[in-house]
Design a binder for this molecule. Sequence first.
Ligand SMILES: Nc1ncnc2c1ncn2[C@@H]1O[C@H](COP(=O)(O)OP(=O)(O)OP(=O)(O)O)[C@@H](O)[C@H]1O
Length: 456
Amino acid sequence: MLGIWAKLASSLASFMFVWAMLSQFIPYELRSFIEKRLTHFYSQFHPYIEVTIPEHSGDHLKRSEAYTAVQSYLSSISSKSAKRFLGEIGRDGKSVVLSMDKHERVEDEFRGVKVWWICGKTATSSSDKPGPELMFYKITFHQKNRDLITEEYLKYVVKQGKAIKINNRQRRLYTNVGRYSTYGSMWSGIPLEHPATFDTLAMESDKKKEIMDDLRKFSNSKDFYKRIGKAWKRGYLLYGPPGTGKSTMIAAMANYLQYDIFDLELTAVKDNTELRRLLIETTSKSIIVIEDIDCSLQLTGQRKKSKEISEYNELGSEGDGKKGADKAAKAAERGSSNVTLSGLLNSIDGIWSSCGKERIIVFTTNLVEELDPALIRRGRMDKHIQMSHCSFQGFKVLAKNYLLVEENDNEDYQGLFDVINKLLSQVKITPADVAEILMPKSCEDTADKCLQKLIR
Ligand SMILES: Nc1ncnc2c1ncn2[C@@H]1O[C@H](COP(=O)(O)OP(=O)(O)OP(=O)(O)O)[C@@H](O)[C@H]1O
């Protein structure tokens, strides 16, 4: 029996070899006609089904989403079973990204059912001559598993592949530059490499957990938003004194969800039309940030503006002088932008209701009570988060970040931590100030000394 199969296999191999040699001399149209007929003939007796996922679907020049998702999925599983790889340097310039080599076969298993993937190239045809070669992935499986594979496995592959792609992609921080770039965009992007995470954020742990749960729930709620007929968006208002970690929180949010950040500088936006265009250009899975919204908009005219300038100048003289002065300058400058409150509200509501992509918008402010209620009403800014002065829990996070010490590491620290705990309940100090004091400035600055300095 084995002998018959061996003979069959060897004749098939010889046939394939001869065909490969001969086919080079056969005109393209005739060759593809014969190949189609042979494939049809072969499929009559073959109990396996093949599904091809081409690089491009239809006339689109962009790679199809299914193709790139399959590619990411297969790169992740092929490291286990493929024998040959194509290696490429990743976008970060350091990591090596492996993908399947041409004609490499990769086996996968789904609920006990085996499938085989192959990566190949095919020549496209235009009316008179062969077109460029295009890549494809082909999956082969037994026909008895048709429903499982086409209805469940392929969806699973695309979902997994998209998640892998998002995790691997280099996230970016975009700012609006006030003019068009060479690509015709008003946004200019750089890699987002802010290291802040919720672990390093000084804040009470239950408050952190509540925000993380809210973010996760939002990003997993595509179907929910579709069902209730609302745009897939969520607004956060972060308010509190300067130096309490509002910008740090935004970076932690982006790192947690693997989103890009679009930092919108409203004072650089000419008018409402330009604002609308900027918002339309933002991509899915992004956080649109308007920092210091109170300084960015012409809310109630000149009188208010001059009041703000003096308030920020006072803020500047209290502590973080540069920031206070910056904000005063911003408040003075904003008269040059013609963006109006109603323009902002219409742009935000308009863009979000018309596209099905997930977006978070964050406003930050030091003066929440000054904001127009329409701007921050629930439904627009769904979650209001107060960033407050440093609590004992927040201090413990900073001590761990900056000095690598914890309360019960030894008795000395325990004593110092107790004093700090008591002091923090009486003194208002921002996490930024605590961080600055805890930061060792020389080799002599031991953890003990930095903690003593904070107490003083
Ligand atoms: N809650 C925090 N957790 C960890 N680090 C913090 C926190 N708050 C402030 N810091 C530190 O202080 C610096 C300034 O903080 P950040 O810019 O996030 O404050 P902010 O509230 O956005 O200030 P502003 O309102 O002036 O923009 C940060 O670089 C960070 O090192």
